[in-house]
Design a binder for this molecule. Structure first.
Ligand SMILES: Cc1cc2nc3c(=O)[nH]c(=O)nc-3n(C[C@H](O)[C@H](O)[C@H](O)COP(=O)(O)O)c2cc1C
Length: 400
């Protein structure tokens, strides 16, 4: 079988050097990569580097090797085009269909999935012109990864940083795996909660749970690869931020509720994969609780936490919003799942069996997705990503 053909477009941003790592990852995982830099990109990283690392010729203009008609052929034969970094200028050209160099010609002739990984200063990213260009590209089906927040060129910090090449590679891998299918979540905003809440007892102790956040992160990554704008509300996770996802960090169930309600206001779907504590200590000791030699410890009195899933299901922020819950059960898994689905009023409930060595922290999962319409979709044992894809298939069908 021939290798999948990837065009790596590189435009003239300071993060162009990071595209070398993306190129390596793509080549080493069996892709035939043709790098198409812009003339500005070559100010940052020279053609020799792209050519030597990819094993393919490199040109920026339509006038080289004209007999091969590269301005048409490169795009026509590609299985994926990824532009990383994508400058503000490149997003504008792509949105308006300009074709004044080899990369912009390639973008017009490509009929395969296209991924843009923008990187620029915060002001350039937030400018209405850039935002409208991004919206245009997304509406047409391109996957535009949200930039990361962090150190920019010089001393500035903010949103606009190129996400980690490993994360961009993950998006490319998933987009390629989906093939020529249109990104079905393009133009949608989805909210995913992940991890486990911690309910503090005193400044050093908390009541928590074993959730690692891996399932929620898999949901966030796969939604981004299917074109969605994703807000990930992450409770106490130690995982790398997925590329193209807005991450909101929270600690307690009350904080998680606030963040989810805020993000859900304009969301098309909310997937509550986080393990949210049902109870929290009634009192918080401002100083560390001391052990007293002559006394038994005070019992911990608990109070109920807000039921976020029931609340967002009952008071949907938008009509047609799809709400998905997760039920972690240790016994009577399906019966408890059905009862929970009815009680919470969500559209879908992913029911999985958990235990000390099951699901929590693992790379794999096995579940049944119950629908409020009586449907039942079993998902066999496999990567958390596969379960995430099934959840989005079901959400996408309900979004119409
Ligand atoms: C040092 C330096 C760093 C730059 N970094 C960026 C950047 O990160 N993002 C961006 O959109 N433009 C950046 N620019 C501006 C672009 O290089 C400029 O808009 C250029 O016309 C882009 O051309 P291209 O889109 O054809 O590659 C930078 C310019 C310089 C001189």
């Amino acid at each position: 079988m021939s290798k999948p053909k990837v065009v790596l477009g590189v435009s003239g941003g300071i993060a162009a050097y990071k595209a070398c790592e993306l190129l390596r990852r793509l080549s080493e995982s069996g892709h035939d990569v043709r790098v198409v830099p812009t003339a500005s990109a070559l100010h940052f990283v020279g053609a020799a580097t792209w050519s030597a690392l990819s094993g393919n010729p490199v040109s920026t203009e339509v006038w080289d090797d004209v007999h091969e008609v590269p301005h048409v052929r490169i795009g026509q034969h590609a299985d994926l085009v990824v532009v990383a970094p994508a400058t503000a200028d490149m997003l504008a050209k792509a949105a308006h269909g300009l074709a004044d160099d080899l990369l912009t010609n390639t973008l017009l002739t490509a009929r395969c999935p296209v991924v843009f990984a923008p990187a620029m200063h915060t002001e350039m990213w937030e400018h209405p012109a850039t935002q409208e260009n991004v919206a245009t590209l997304r509406r047409r089906g391109a996957v535009v990864i949200e930039p990361a927040v962090g150190r920019l060129t010089g001393v500035d910090t903010g949103k606009g940083r190129l996400p980690d090449p490993a994360e961009i590679f993950e998006v490319c891998r998933r987009v390629l795996a989906r093939g020529a299918t249109e990104p079905d979540l393009a133009g949608r905003h989805v909210v995913v909660s992940a991890g486990g809440t911690r309910e503090p007892l005193d400044p050093v102790r908390f009541l928590g749970n074993r959730s690692s956040g891996k399932q929620g992160y898999a949901l966030a990554r796969t939604a981004a690869a299917r074109g969605a704008r994703v807000t990930l509300v992450a409770a106490n996770t130690a995982l790398a931020d997925p590329a193209g996802v807005d991450v909101v960090r929270v600690g307690t169930a009350v904080q998680l509720r606030e963040a989810v309600l805020k993000a859900a206001a304009d969301a098309d779907a909310v997937v509550m994969a986080a393990a949210v504590a049902d109870f929290r200590p009634a009192a918080y000791a401002t100083g560390k609780i001391k052990k007293k030699d002559d006394q038994e410890p005070e019992p911990i009195v608990l109070v109920r936490n807000p039921d976020v899933l029931a609340e967002i299901s009952a008071d949907r922020a938008r009509s047609g919003q799809v709400i998905v819950g997760f039920a972690a059960e240790t016994d009577d898994v399906l019966a408890n799942g059905r009862a929970k689905l009815a009680r919470k009023g969500c559209d879908l409930l992913v029911v999985n069996e958990v235990g000390e060595r099951k699901t929590f922290g693992a790379e794999e999962n096995e579940a049944v997705v119950l629908g409020a319409d009586g449907s039942e979709t079993p998902v066999p044992h496999g990567p958390k990503e596969a379960l995430a894809e099934t959840v989005w298939d079901l959400v996408s069908a309900r979004l119409g």
